[in-house]
Design a protein around this ligand. Structure first.
Ligand SMILES: [Zn+2]
Length: 213
């Protein structure tokens, strides 16, 4: 699955997999051990997509899992936005971001876990709803990274700053999250990572270093 690659890239970013062969082996092993639950998480997200601005259940699932992992979770940031922090001593603040909304697209993949969800359309009638843009993969990558990093706290130092953004497809929530204090109430990040779908697999992770880092 695509998210396996992304999780390993994020693990490398924070140095979990970058400490030689032993480090790589260790994080690959850890990832294998959480893979079945990540796969189930992905399938559930794919089956239950929610349109932009309606990510109530999706955000609750993310918040609940992150809380169980020991993150300090704030919900309702600019709509259904979720912000989660894990402070682990002195060090850089790493920001990882995902989006949560799906598209008004009817799924015709025929997959056993295809979405059968429908919602009222903007112009009346009913529309199919599908994670046709890969936000389910992004959420799973973020959750995999968050899980791995929480389990391996003895191997890194700093602060993890996770964002789950609602209404990305309509752009509405970016401003709402900023207005809700995303970068004023929460720690200043020194590195940020977000995912984009490349034309060819695997999706890559963009790593940006802010000038202050
Ligand atoms: Zn998208």
């Amino acid at each position: 699955m695509h998210f396996k690659h992304s999780v390993m890239m994020i693990a490398s970013l924070v140095g979990l997999a970058g400490n030689g062969a032993r480090g790589e082996e260790l994080s690959a092993k850890q990832l294998d051990s959480i893979y079945p639950e990540l796969d189930a998480f992905y399938i559930d997200l794919h089956r239950t997509p929610e349109l932009s601005g309606h990510e109530e259940k999706t955000s609750a699932k993310i918040a609940e899992r992150l809380r169980r992992l020991g993150y300090q979770v704030t919900t309702g940031v600019g709509g259904y936005g979720v912000v989660a922090l894990m402070r682990n001593g002195n060090g850089p603040t790493l920001l990882l971001r995902t989006e949560m909304d799906a598209l008004p697209v009817q799924e015709k993949t025929g997959l056993p876990y295809a979405s059968k969800i429908t919602a009222p359309g903007k112009e009346g009638g009913t529309v199919g709803v599908m994670h046709a843009c890969g936000h389910d993969i992004h959420m799973t990558s973020l959750m995999g990274s968050a899980t791995l990093l929480a389990k391996m706290k003895d191997r890194w130092q700093g602060t993890l700053f996770l964002i789950s953004q609602p209404a990305e497809e309509t752009v509405a929530a970016a401003e709402a999250m900023m207005k809700a204090g995303l970068f004023t109430k929460f720690p200043k990040r020194s590195r940020a990572s977000s995912e984009f779908r490349a034309k060819r697999p695997p999706p890559f992770t963009m790593i940006q270093r802010s000038p202050s880092a």
